[in-house]
Design a protein around this ligand. Structure first.
Ligand SMILES: [Zn+2]
Length: 175
């Protein structure tokens, strides 16, 4: 089996299905039809969040929260519905705790949020086709400096929501 069919979704949940404080979040693949869950990514200490399939369904990007204020954005191959060892995770960038990534429509660039210039903006990192490692420097997709960043002129809309809306528009533009 190469790549996960589109009926699968990625969901984060706490390990061991308990609500014990401090249990890290892992990322499961959820089969929408059967409701079957398959753990794909877990770590004994770090929370794993914001999983997104690549357009061909063969890779997943996600956020590894390595400290309360720091995360690693990684990608990993998913050839079969089974756990992917940490040794197969490829680091794309180091960002803040809430930063997250999603794929360009051709799967060759990872878009991610970053506060590296002091604002939460959208950045891109090209991924080398064969090695799937970062290729070149990260580049700006879109700056969000100041209030123009809120799509409906709204005050009080969480930045996360506004960024997601913008992200979807950018993906639609390329699509
Ligand atoms: Zn910026």
């Amino acid at each position: 089996m190469r790549g996960m069919p589109s009926r699968h979704r990625l969901v984060s949940r706490r390990q061991n299905a308990t609500h014990v404080r401090g249990q890290p979040y892992q990322i499961d693949m959820l089969d929408v039809a059967s409701h079957r869950r398959t753990p794909l990514f877990k770590h004994p200490v770090y929370n794993l969040l914001y999983g997104h399939f690549s357009p061909d369904g063969r890779w997943v990007s996600f956020t590894v929260r390595v400290q309360p204020n720091r995360s690693r954005i990684v990608i990993a191959p998913v050839d079969e519905p089974k756990p992917v060892p940490e040794s197969a995770w490829i680091k794309i960038t180091e960002e803040g705790a809430e930063d997250w990534a999603d794929w360009s429509p051709d799967g060759r660039t990872l878009y991610f949020t970053s506060e590296r210039d002091g604002h939460t903006c959208l950045w891109g990192q090209r991924i080398e086709v064969n090695s799937h490692r970062p290729s070149g420097e990260a580049f700006v997709i879109k700056h969000f400096h100041g209030r123009t960043f809120y799509p409906q002129g709204g005050v009080g809309q969480p930045p996360e929501t506004a960024l997601r809306l913008c992200f979807q528009r950018i993906l639609a533009m390329f699509g």
